[in-house]
Design a protein around this ligand. Structure first.
Ligand SMILES: *Cc1c(COP(=O)(O)O)cnc(C)c1O
Length: 250
């Protein structure tokens, strides 16, 4: 693979700085500090060398939605850090934000710092077994579907509750919070109400399961609705397209 050109690297750097400034501004507007919101750079649209440039620009969390694409990029990064100056990393993290098939657990569990998309009890049990086998703990967010969209993934609120009641049987899974998406057709006010509903749900679940889990993270907001998500309490915003402007026909 060709390394990204200087021109491409400059575009990626500008995009990162713009996104960083916009997120900081949204934090200020919401009366929150910029340390309260982490930017998860979604690299699923681009080749590994572009993702590498994004880390060089200052992003220290990358996310993919398909396990194979995550493997491809982590392989490239391992190779690249032998031949190039490793990114000035505040320890780089990899997150998975899409469905994780059970037959991909063995290779994926040790690579990821956070799974945003835990979507079933069966998967939680399989992750627990694999993490125990490898002597690891796997940090996860419960993906909850709070919209009426039938094409949206994620668990119902009842499923989330049933799963949280089983945490003592899942010692190798660390439940860290919730992940959600707004409705496809949501205008900003509607998206904000949906995100506030997710935060209220988190608060309620935290009260119910106090002592068992610490649901500190709220992964919500993407390129189109991160401001509303930050206003509603997001701690992780998953930004893709805005980081790759000028490089792709998105
Ligand atoms: C692709 C993707 C994103 C990023 O979306 P953009 O609109 O490109 O910022 C965020 N979350 C999930 C789950 C995704 O699949």
């Amino acid at each position: 693979m060709q390394p990204a050109s200087d021109h491409t690297a400059a575009i990626i750097r500008q995009n990162w700085q713009r996104v960083r400034a916009e997120v900081d501004q949204a934090c200020h507007a919401a009366g929150r500090t910029t340390e309260q919101v982490q930017i998860v750079g979604v690299s699923k649209y681009v080749a590994p060398e572009y993702a590498w440039q994004l880390v060089q620009a200052g992003c220290h969390i990358l996310a993919e939605n398909r396990p194979q694409a995550l493997w491809e990029k982590t392989d490239y990064f391992a190779h690249q850090s032998e031949v190039d100056i490793p990114p000035a990393q505040q320890a780089l993290q990899w997150h998975l934000i899409g469905h994780l098939q059970r037959n991909k657990l063995k290779r994926t569990v040790p690579l990821i710092d956070l799974l945003h998309s835990l979507d079933s009890q069966r998967l939680a049990q399989a992750i627990n077994a694999e993490a125990e086998r490898q002597g690891l703990r796997c940090r996860v967010l419960l993906e909850v579907n709070v919209t009426q969209d039938t094409n949206k993934t994620g668990m119902s609120i009842a499923q989330v509750r049933r799963l949280l009641a089983l945490t003592d049987q899942l010692p190798a899974v660390e439940f860290c919070g919730l992940m959600a998406m707004s409705s496809l057709d949501a205008n900003p006010q509607h998206a904000r109400r949906e995100f506030e509903g997710v935060r209220e749900l988190r608060d309620q679940l935290q009260d119910e399961f106090v002592g068992q889990v610490k649901l500190t993270e709220l992964s919500m907001g993407m390129s189109g609705d991160f401001r509303e998500a930050i206003a509603a309490g997001a701690t992780l915003v998953r930004i893709g397209s805005n980081l790759w402007q000028g490089l792709l026909a998105l």
